[in-house]
Write a protein that binds this ligand. Sequence first.
Ligand SMILES: O=C(CO)COP(=O)(O)O
Length: 249
Amino acid sequence: MRRKLVVGNWKMNGSLAGNEALLSGIAAGTGAAGADCAVCAPAPYLAQCQVALSGGAVGLGAQDVSAQAAGAFTGEVSAAMLAEFGCRYAIVGHSERRAMHAESNELVANKAVAALAAGITPIVCVGETLAQREAGQTQQVVSAQLDAVLALLGEGDVAHIVVAYEPVWAIGTGKTATPEMAQEVHAQLRAQLKQTNAVAADTVQILYGGSMKPENAKELMAQPDIDGGLIGGAALKAADFLAIIHAAN
Ligand SMILES: O=C(CO)COP(=O)(O)O
């Protein structure tokens, strides 16, 4: 049985005071949670989050990581730096970065490799746009995105990644993929993982992201290949985030 994993992606939101309240609200409610959970905070707040979450059940992650190890890469943050601040996870290839920062499948794959080398679990995001879905290209798009990552990983690395299916048209729009639509893609992704490592593929957590909220979380996570959620808007309110974590039990 795979454990469920619920990860909050705060995106470019937060403040020292706001984070403190949110983190203490989350920490206070996760005691009996049967699912794993984590928050991916903006880089300047990682130190604050590390202190606030230390010793508790909520893990810490970053929203991006450099593919480079060190050097003249202004503005970039390396995986080793994230590891120093206790990051267990780093999101790579979020659709907002693919779209707004022109991140290619190859760059995303190199970021996943850099994270793994520092002992950080990459949360590899894949997902199609509305135009791609309407053109019947969903499977082709997400499989090319995942393939680029798998091509760079050793067989033994597969067990150490998390995959997140985030249909672009469902992000921040209030539109959610139906549980059946999401399950269909998740099953395809797992079949693809199996081609690289049949044993590890059964243990990889595949998260759904895109307007997941307390009202739809249980039904989505009841699908056999939906192992949790990557949550945007609803992760900014402790009560909503906690409701999703508890829906995963
Ligand atoms: O992009 C997302 C998480 O990475 C999903 O965002 P929303 O939950 O706000 O749709």
